[in-house]
Design a protein around this ligand. Sequence first.
Ligand code: S3P
Length: 172
Amino acid sequence: MKRIILVGFMGTGKTVVGRRLANAIGFRFLDIDSMIEKREGSSIASIFQEKGESYFRNLEKKMVKEVCDLSPSVIATGGGAVQDPENRKILKKDGWMVCLTATPEKILERTKRKKSRPLLQGGDPMETIKKIMIERSEAYADSDFMVDTTEMSVSKVVDTILHVFKRNFPNH
Ligand code: S3P
């Protein structure tokens, strides 16, 4: 096991949890969306707006391959990265895949203040969240471990993952 992969819907805390988890284990932390933003010199929202979603998905796919050459690491993926079966396969190879979940209501609450989620702009965000959640349910369920973050603090989520990680990989 060379890396921990955090997957899950927007607003489930992948970035904040991933950073703390990496610190606790002594792995490097890699955030795919931040790496894309750095490389493009542009925010995810601007990339979606100016170049479109399929352009973003291509960048995401390239970055998935790149981050899997760097280890050991904790990797935070963007919410849609694992919808692509090939991405999932690459990420799962030598990786322990942990999915963070939350109810649609909680996700709406956590994402509504930010304009950084292009997929939730325009239309009824609650409807969009529920629709995308159904579309991705199989991909997320393909994870090795799931944590429902709805009522949990970030520390509690990190502790829960750490506990299972140490039990499963005592000699990581
Ligand atoms: C997306 C989630 C975002 C970002 C992009 C697309 C998605 O990442 O990759 O806006 O398809 O769910 P977060 O899950 O970190 O918000």
